[in-house]
Design a protein around this ligand. Structure first.
Ligand SMILES: NC(=O)c1ccc[n+]([C@@H]2O[C@H](COP(=O)([O-])OP(=O)(O)OC[C@H]3O[C@@H](n4cnc5c(N)ncnc54)[C@H](OP(=O)(O)O)[C@@H]3O)[C@@H](O)[C@H]2O)c1
Length: 404
C-alpha cells in the first residue's frame, strides 16, 4: 500500500532516507523533502534523478522550529507520515504540527533542549495521551542506535530468552574519512553526546561516571580489538523501562586516538561549550561556531574506507539455563557511498528509518500513541533489514567478554 511522506532534514541522514524511500515505490507513492536550506533539498532531488531512482522528489523550504510553518506544509501536502531527520531540537515542534495536521510522526533521535545537553525521553513520552486520542502514531528513535539496537533486543527477548539480565550495546566505527577531525553525524549533537557524563543502568539505578572514564578493548567481528568507551546513550532509558528484567545495560563506542586528542584540545580551549559568549558584541555559542567550521557529515562519504560494526550482546535465562546471544551488522562505508553517495553512519541511520516508515505504511507497525521501536513486533523489521542493505549476523551461547 503506497503512501505519501514528508522527510524533514536534508543532511547526511536525510540524503539516505530520501534515496532509500525513492528506491522503494512499493511503499512510498510521493516524497516531499523539506528543510531549512532549500538548495540542499534540491541537490538531493537532482541526484535521485541523476542516478535513475523511480520516484520523483519534490522539495520545500521549512523552518522546523516554527509550528505554523510546519502545519501549513503538512495541511497543503496531506502526507500519511512525517519522517524527522532534522535535529533533536525540532522533535517537539514537529510532533505538535503532526498533531495539529493529523499526520503520523517518526524520528531517529530524542528531543533535547538547546541550552542543556540532556538526553531523555520524558518530553516526548509526555505526548502519549495526545497521540492516542488523535488516533496517530509517533515512532521514536528509528535509526540504528537508537533503532536497530532496540529491535535486536526485542528480537532476542521474543525468541531466545525468558529473562534478559545483561545487555551491552557495542558500536564500532573502524572507518577512515581522511580528515583531521570530523564527526559522522551532526557535530553539535555528536559532541554534546560525548562530552556529557557517562551513565549506565545497574540493579535498578543509573550509575554516573566522568566522561570517557571507563574504557577497554572490545573485539569486533572482521575488525579486531578496538578501544571502546562507556557512554550514556538514549536507548538505555527505554530498553531498561520496557525490559525490566535487565539488571545491567551499558553502551560502548569506539574512538580513535586522533579524534580524542582533537576533542580534548577543543574542550580545553572552550570550543565545545554550549553556553553563549559575547563576540564582537554578539552572543555566539562556541559549539555552534565549531560546527560551522567542521566538515558536514553528508560530505564525508567519498573515499571513506573501512567499516562499522554495531550489535547487542545479551546474557540471560532460557528454560532455566544461562544463555547468551550476540546479534550485529557490519557495514562498509565504500558500499554505502556507491549505493547512495553517503558514509556508513548516515546509511545505518537512514535505512532503518525507511524500514520503520514502510512498516507503519503497511500497517505492521501501526497503533495510536507514542512508541519506542522495541515495543513493536521485531520480526518484520529484522526481515527487511536483510533485504534493504543492513543484513545481520547472530551467535548463540558464546563466551561474552563483559563478565566482571
Ligand atoms: N539513531 C541513530 O542511529 C542516529 C545516528 C546518526 C544521526 N542521528 C540523528 O539524525 C539526525 C540528522 O543527522 P545528520 O547527520 O543528517 O545531521 P546534519 O547532516 O547536520 O543534517 C541536519 C539537517 O537538518 C536541517 N535542519 C536543522 N535545523 C532545522 C530547522 N530548524 N528546520 C529545518 N531543517 C533544519 C539542517 O539544515 P541546514 O542544512 O540548513 O543546516 C540539515 O539539513 C540528527 O537528529 C541525529 O541526531 C541518529
Amino acid at each position: 500500500m503506497e503512501k505519501k511522506i514528508i522527510i524533514i532534514g536534508a543532511g547526511g541522514v536525510g540524503n539516505v532516507v530520501v534515496k532509500k524511500c525513492a528506491m522503494n515505490p512499493v511503499y512510498f507513492s510521493e516524497i516531499v523533502l523539506a528543510s531549512r536550506t532549500l538548495k540542499k533539498c534540491d541537490a538531493i532531488a537532482a541526484e535521485c534523478k541523476k542516478i535513475g531512482l523511480p520516484t520523483e522528489i519534490r522539495t520545500a523550504q521549512v523552518d522546523a522550529d516554527q509550528v505554523p510553518e510546519l502545519v501549513a506544509l503538512f495541511t497543503k501536502e496531506k502526507p500519511y507520515l512525517v519522517i524527522n531527520v532534522a535535529l533533536p531540537y525540532q522533535d517537539l515542534t514537529i510532533m505538535d504540527a503532526c498533531l495539529e495536521a493529523g499526520v503520523h510522526y517518526m524520528d531517529t533521535a530524542n528531543y533535547e533542549p538547546k541550552d542543556v545537553a540532556k538526553f531523555e525521553y520524558s518530553w516526548q513520552w509526555a505526548y502519549q495521551e495526545r497521540f492516542k486520542k488523535a488516533g496517530l502514531m509517533a515512532l521514536l528513535g528509528c535509526g540504528f542506535d537508537p533503532g536497530v539496537t532496540g529491535v535486536y533486543t526485542a528480537y532476542a527477548n521474543k525468541h531466545y530468552f525468558d529473562e534478559m539480565h545483561y545487555l551491552d550495546i557495542i558500536d564500532c566505527n573502524a572507518g577512515d574519512h581522511g580528515k583531521a577531525f570530523a564527526t559522522n553525524f551532526n557535530p553539535e549533537i555528536n559532541i554534546r553526546e560525548i562530552t556529557q557524563k557517562g551513565k549506565y543502568w545497574e540493579n535498578g539505578e543509573w550509575i554516573e561516571i566522568p566522561p570517557m572514564s571507563i574504557h577497554k578493548p572490545i573485539d569486533y567481528p572482521n575488525i579486531g580489538p578496538k578501544e571502546s568507551y562507556l557512554l550514556y546513550h538514549e536507548e538505555l532509558e527505554s530498553l531498561t523501562k520496557n525490559f525490566p528484567s535487565i539488571k545491567r545495560a551499558r553502551f560502548w563506542m569506539t574512538f580513535g586516538q586522533a579524534y580524542l586528542t582533537h576533542l580534548e584540545v577543543l574542550q580545553n580551549v572552550g570550543m565545545t561549550s554550549i553556553a553563549p559568549i559575547k563576540f564582537n558584541g554578539m552572543d555566539i555559542v562556541p559549539l555552534e561556531f565549531l560546527k560551522a567550521v567542521l566538515p558536514e557529515p553528508g560530505t564525508l562519504g567519498e573515499n571513506y574506507s573501512g567499516q562499522t560494526s554495531i550489535g547487542c550482546q545479551i546474557k540471560g535465562l532460557k528454560d532455566g539455563k544461562d544463555a547468551t546471544y550476540y546479534v550485529w551488522n557490519n557495514c562498509h562505508h565504500a558500499d554505502c557511498y556507491q549505493e547512495v553517495q553517503a558514509q556508513g553512519v548516515s546509511y545505518t541511520t537512514g535505512v532503518p528509518a525507511m524500514i520503520g516508515a514502510a512498516l507503519m505504511i503497511e500497517g505492521n507497525w501501526m497503533a495510536s500513541g507514542v512508541f519506542n521501536v522495541e515495543e513493536l513486533d521485531p520480526d518484520p523489521f529484522m526481515e527487511l533489514l536483510n533485504l534493504h542493505g543492513l543484513p545481520w549476523n547472530e551467535l548463540h551461547n558464546i563466551e561474552l567478554p563483559h563478565e566482571y
